[in-house]
Design a protein around this ligand. Structure first.
Ligand SMILES: [Zn+2]
Length: 131
């Protein structure tokens, strides 16, 4: 049985970022329709889900690679926004961000240092804040 599955998948393309997005997106759409009950959402979700699996079991390797590359290139901006937000959230534990009241420059200072004088690196404005 395992051997059969292995032989079946050997020449197939397999999963990639685009297929993951299609199958998960499809599931989310179908789940959403359970609440909204419009029907069209279920249909869209089902089509996305099935297309995701068609890609996974596809034998046209080059075409699938090209599609995934296109997807990765065109969604890089959106994916970076999430990555940056996550990074900012993690940094928020160790740093506090202040805004210079003269030039609106954002200044990051380490947390837990008590009352400190902050000097804006852009305009040189000085102010005292609790870090
Ligand atoms: Zn400033």
């Amino acid at each position: 049985m395992k051997d059969k599955l292995y032989r079946f998948m050997r020449s197939r393309y397999g999963n990639d970022q685009l297929s993951s997005m299609l199958t998960w997106g499809g599931l989310i759409f179908m789940l959403l329709d359970c609440f909204l009950k419009i029907g069209i959402f279920y249909f869209i979700g089902f089509v996305l889900f099935v297309y995701g699996y068609i890609r996974i079991f596809s034998k046209q390797y080059d075409k699938r690679v090209a599609q995934n590359r296109w997807y990765m290139e065109h969604t890089a901006g959106i994916r970076n926004v999430f990555k940056r937000r996550k990074k900012q959230k993690e940094a928020g534990k160790d740093y506090k961000v202040f805004v210079c009241n003269k030039c609106q420059q954002m200044i990051r200072v380490p947390r837990g240092k008590g009352r400190i004088e902050i000097r804006c690196p852009k305009c040189g404005n000085k102010f005292i804040r609790k870090s």
